[in-house]
Write a protein that binds this ligand. Structure first.
Ligand code: DCP
Ligand code: MG
Length: 366
């Protein structure tokens, strides 16, 4: 195949998204919760928020990110449960393993959703719809949970499609169907259109993909800045973004820019003490440690240097990090030379940490 035809070759993209994920795991693990409105998140008594809720609870108008107090008012009989991230993470690992049986081109967006490029797939299945059907049925078998999938020739359409027939839905948008599908779509369902953008679009008479398509690229650029060309293209079913497989995190670190350039080593050590404590907390909260500590120093002229130390004993303790940092700092010109930034990074991690695991894991649940 020549390069040109390879580039033109239609891609086959699947977007998979678990249904009412946290709530479904809770209902699976506690049969008493099945069939009931279940809210996962903070207590209504505290200032918590809803992470998600079961489909039974959605009938009362409850949704993610709503305050738990409001959710309680809408449905006092709902059962509130605290999130159990370990259980969700376990399912996430299971479904990612399954995805990798079909392709290495898997891009997780969160614990419960991912894009898969199955143009070439490991079992050699011709139709992406067939791959999606198998994946949904395997998810059900292996996890006792349901997911929905969207199948199309690009990420935008696959993502929107996965949401169309939730729960346990499979929606295919072929190139022939794409223009009509987009024209009917309300702009709120476009990935990248939040409440604010939706309001601005509605105020200008743009309610559907069809409306969006009437507008020139210049106008959209003027209205929505750098997102303008993206909206212009997706309104035409054009989205060339590739599925980028998520790699494992290679290091965990923190750096801090000093309020003023510093020449005093004692002051630098006070800053490094703070940084070491932060890095240590990050490592411990992720239940990991690493064999290598790297100190980064940026001088006042923006030149940066790093100095590293590797040992056979894993590092996660702030005190040990600070001792090593002291030695490493001595191997730089810091002191005579003014310093504007200091950082510490631990690498050669002793466990696998997924790069994307932060987004949803660190939501506050007071
Ligand atoms: N989540 C969260 N806070 C949010 C949104 C989501 O903590 N503001 C968590 C809880 C969800 C999970 O992420 O279970 C997945 O998010 P989804 O948007 O996919 O929502 P659900 O899977 O819960 O429901 P749906 O069936 O609509 O996909
Ligand atoms: Mg989901």
């Amino acid at each position: 195949m020549t390069q040109v035809t390879a580039a033109l070759k239609q891609r086959k993209i699947i977007h998979v998204d678990m249904d009412a994920f946290y709530a479904a795991v809770e209902q699976r693990d506690n049969p008493q919760l099945r069939g009931k409105p279940v809210i996962v998140g903070g207590d209504p008594g505290s200032r918590g928020v809803v992470a998600t809720c079961s489909y039974e609870a959605r009938q009362f108008g409850i949704h993610s990110a709503m305050s738990s107090v409001r959710a309680y008012r809408l449905c006092p009989q709902a059962v509130f449960v605290r999130p159990r991230f370990e259980a969700y993470r376990a399912v996430s690992i299971q479904i990612r393993e399954l995805f990798n049986e079909y392709t290495d081109l898997v891009e997780p967006l969160s614990l419960d959703e991912a894009f898969l490029d199955v143009t070439e797939n490991k079992p050699g299945i011709e139709f992406a719809t067939q791959v999606a059907r198998e994946i949904l049925s395997e998810i059900r078998k292996r996890t006792e949970l349901t997911a929905s999938a969207g199948v199309s020739y690009n990420k935008f359409l696959a993502k929107v499609a996965s949401d169309v027939n939730k729960p346990a839905g499979l929606t295919v948008v072929t190139p022939e169907q794409a223009q009509a599908f987009i024209a009917e779509l309300s702009v709120r369902r476009f990935h990248g259109v939040g409440r604010v953008t939706e309001k601005r679009m509605l105020a200008r008479g743009i309610a559907s993909g069809g409306d969006l398509r009437q507008r020139s690229e210049e106008e959209l650029q003027r209205l929505f800045g750098s997102s303008g060309p993206y909206f212009y293209n997706i309104a035409r079913g054009i989205d060339n973004r590739e599925v980028i497989p998520n790699r494992l995190r290679k290091s965990i670190g923190k750096e801090t820019t000093l309020d003023e350039d510093c020449v005093d080593k004692g002051e630098m050590m006070i800053i490094l003490d703070k940084v070491a404590k932060q890095v240590s907390e990050l490592l411990i909260s992720r239940k990991t440690s690493g064999l290598t500590l790297t100190l980064k120093v940026r001088y006042d002229d923006f030149q940066s240097v790093t100095r590293s130390h590797t040992q056979s004993e894993p590092i996660d303790d702030a005190g040990i990090m600070l001792d090593l940092a002291d030695t490493l700092l001595g191997k730089t010109e810091a002191g005579p030379r003014p310093v504007r930034l200091l950082g510490l990074t631990v690498s050669n991690l002793t466990t696998d940490i997924l790069l994307d695991e932060s987004a949803q894991m660190e939501l506050p649940f007071p």
